[in-house]
Ligand binder design. Structure first.
Ligand SMILES: [Zn+2]
Length: 96
């Protein structure tokens, strides 16, 4: 198991320890579980910028426009809109 060293401000550690004592769980378990559920919650809530479907991830799009030239945009896209953009000749790069 990899070991992590985390620096926590004393005030925050006091709050964490009180909670752990109350729930009878080890401090490390609380920190890891919180981090994982935070990440899961953030990922689940991201929706595609073009429709209401859940996004696959964050993408950098390079759009070529006749009047303004090359334009870079960051968008959350679902599977359908990633493919649609690629089919339209947009450069799609996954960033997250
Ligand atoms: Zn979409």
């Amino acid at each position: 198991m990899p070991k992590l060293t985390v620096y926590v401000p004393a005030m925050k550690l006091k709050v964490i320890d009180l909670y752990c004592e109350e729930k009878k769980i080890p401090r490390s378990a609380l920190l890891v579980n919180c981090a994982v559920s935070f990440i899961n919650a953030t990922h689940r809530n991201i929706k595609c910028d073009y429709c209401a479907k859940p996004a696959l991830g964050k993408y950098s799009l390079v759009v070529y426009d006749w009047s303004s030239g090359e334009k870079k945009e960051i968008k959350n896209l679902c599977e359908y809109h990633v493919r649609k953009a690629e089919n339209e000749g947009t450069e799609v790069t996954e960033i997250e």
